[in-house]
Design a protein around this ligand. Structure first.
Ligand code: NAD
Length: 458
């Protein structure tokens, strides 16, 4: 179901909640910017909007002999801290504003993790389930050639996202390399196959980082009565790269995976599921649905199953103003980008449900992408333990920094209000912030500082 139709069906978009992902990203930004009273007004406006948006339209000749046209986007949100970085998504519901939102979340994510990249993202409007592998290869190659020098190892570096994988990244690398012969082009894209300059640990990195973030937050006492993932009950929405591997890694740490889903629906067994066997079933049948010994549930129902940890790992806007009151998890670890809307955030905060926000919780992927890029530029191949260890250190540091930032802000609301007053900003009271806002404040301040330290060109 398209997002427009989905919001029509749920009523979530009927004037009550704006589900445009870019509007949501901007609302999140505006909310957080209020807690940085010294941020210059012009900088606020600039940081909110993307630096560049490229739209390309191109045909391919399909394996069936038809000519089909496609629209693709590549957005660079901000380059202050380094080259653009962000995945490429293939999905029929891709929109320009979704790509803008995803690009801006990449800027903040890289800043939270202190990874030296800016934010970017790409997408092609297509349904990969209806295209052959040969078609997808042509679509990828033509898209990369249309982008030309807009991407490059030191300008903008794509990676996998929904419905793209290591094979897609290999095609991107090969196409770019054919267009730029005679130099080391490996760093033009990350998430490549390991035998082609990919990093060990990249495939699992998003989910592994999500696990490290959850473990650290629980160890710091974020959720009363839950200090470890061991013995915790976990529900995972989405069973692709991020979701299936998250289920496996949480289970390895002693968690009980009680429900999972994909685009066709969900499965529930309160006694626990074996994530490897569920994945085998999905590989054989194309869906988790129908896995023996489970009760079928819809994706909507899945989100309301009582559990300790809910891991949304599919698409945006699944936890909204119209269903957040039904969520019965103690903590939400956002492996997906943008799964929770601002209206839902407010409800969850009020209910004391902690949300480990996407720009922190799923940042293991871009962190190991950064390590891949370093290895490519240095012609090195690091051991998997080294990759995981370095990523763990960064995830722990970022998780601590966000939790500390939340405490710092919430302890100084009156002082921040006074500073806003001094600066002539709107004087309405500042409410305590959740972890998402704290992460944004940390990230915005880092990007703003670098922008001003560099000095605005010219
Ligand atoms: P993927 O294509 O590998 O998997 C997506 C999964 O979501 C599939 O199982 C699909 O069936 C399921 N899905 C699609 N629509 C659904 C729906 N309406 N309800 C339930 N499930 C649905 O994609 P991925 O790479 O795992 O990405 C998933 C999320 O994680 C996205 O939000 C992406 O931006 C985010 N993410 C991915 C990476 C990465 O490195 N792959 C990094 C950071 C964040």
């Amino acid at each position: 179901m398209s997002k427009a139709k989905q919001s029509e069906a749920t009523g979530a978009g009927n004037g009550r909640e704006d589900l445009n992902p870019f509007h949501i990203a901007q609302q999140q930004f505006d909310h957080a910017a209020r807690y940085i009273p010294d941020l210059k007004a012009g900088l606020v406006e600039w940081l909110k909007r993307p630096n560049r948006m490229i739209t390309v339209e191109f045909p391919i000749e399909t394996e069936e002999g038809e000519v089909k046209n496609f629209v693709g986007y590549r957005c660079v949100h901000n380059l202050a801290r380094g080259p653009g970085k962000g995945g490429i998504r293939y999905h029929p519901d891709v929109t320009a504003d979704e790509v803008r939102a995803l690009a801006s979340w990449m800027t903040w994510k890289c800043a939270v993790l202190d990874v030296p990249f800016g934010g970017a993202k790409g997408g092609i409007i297509c349904n990969p389930k209806k295209r052959t592998k040969e078609d997808l290869r042509k679509i990828t190659r033509r898209f990369v050639s249309e982008l030309g020098d807009a991407i490059g190892p030191h300008t903008d570096i794509p990676a996998p996202d929904v419905n793209t994988n290591a094979e897609t990244m290999a095609w991107i690398y090969d196409t770019y390399d054919m267009m730029h012969k005679g130099r080391n082009n490996l760093g033009v894209v990350t998430g490549k196959p390991v035998n082609m300059g990919g990093s060990l640990g990249r495939n699992e990195a998003t989910s592994r980082g999500c696990l490290y973030c959850t473990q650290q937050a629980l160890a710091m006492g974020l959720v009363e009565g839950l200090d470890s993932v061991k013995g915790a009950t976990v529900v995972v929405q989405g069973y692709g790269n991020a979701g299936a591997i998250a289920a496996q890694l949480y289970a390895e740490q002693g968690a009980k995976i009680i429900a999972v889903s994909d685009s066709r629906g969900g499965i529930h067994n309160p006694d626990g599921l074996d994530p490897d066997k569920v994945l085998d079933h999905k590989k054989k049948t194309s869906s988790v649905v129908g896995y023996p010994g489970t009760k079928e549930v819809s994706n909507e129902e899945l989100l309301t199953i009582p559990c300790d940890i809910l891991v949304p790992a599919a698409l945006e806007n699944v936890i909204r103003g119209d269903n957040a009151a039904e969520v019965q998890a103690k903590v939400i670890a956002e492996a997906a980008n943008g799964p929770t809307t601002p209206a839902a955030d407010a409800i969850l905060f009020e209910r004391g449900i902690q949300v480990l926000p996407d720009i922190l919780a799923n940042a293991g992927g871009v962190t190991v992408s950064y390590f891949e890029w370093v290895q490519n530029n240095e012609n090195e191949q690091w051991e998997e333990d080294e990759v995981n260890g370095k990523m763990k250190a960064k995830m722990i540091k970022a998780t601590e920094a966000v939790i500390e930032k939340q405490k710092e802000i919430n302890a100084s609301l009156k002082a921040l209000e006074a500073r806003r007053h001094e600066r002539g900003r709107d004087g309405s009271p500042l409410a305590p912030v959740d972890l998402r806002t704290a992460a944004y404040v940390l990230a915005i301040a880092r990007v703003a500082d670098v922008t001003l330290e560099r000095g605005i060109w010219p």
